[in-house]
Design a protein. Structure first.
Length: 132
């Protein structure tokens, strides 16, 4: 029996959840899938803003100097809850785009290699991480 990794388990559970709303991988039409990607992308943006608003020092004009440690911990906990919402919607988008763990890993590693090359090769015209 093959053990399911955490990432694949998340994809599986999100795909199962999305099937309750009529999305079935490989069976949903392109127009419906595209609409889902658009709407879930908007949800990601909303959730990111919600996460940012929960963080201390979010508003540069606000005085945060009197925050107690417990308040800071609570603020970060609320931000983590919003991050999970972002992650769920991003997982859904991945499912709609046909990702599974293997494809995500492959494409991530390819892109990471490109990003490293961009940082290491000044002729490509990218600003390096502090190495001017």
């Amino acid at each position: 029996m093959t053990e399911t990794t955490t990432l694949q388990m998340i994809f599986n559970k999100q795909e199962e959840f999305q099937s309750k709303f009529g999305f079935v991988r490989g069976e949903s039409d392109v127009e419906k899938t595209s609409a889902l990607i658009h709407s879930h992308s908007a949800f990601v943006i909303e959730e990111i803003y919600e996460m940012l608003r929960e963080l201390p020092f979010h508003k540069p004009w606000k005085d945060y100097s009197n925050l107690e440690r417990e308040e800071l911990v609570e603020m970060f906990e609320k931000a983590r809850e919003e991050y999970i919402d972002v992650f769920i919607f991003m997982s859904n988008i991945g499912i709609f785009l046909g990702f599974d763990e293997a494809l995500l890993k492959q494409m991530y590693l390819e892109k990471l290699g490109i990003n490293h090359q961009r940082q290491e090769d000044p002729s490509l015209g990218y600003i390096t991480g502090g190495k001017e």
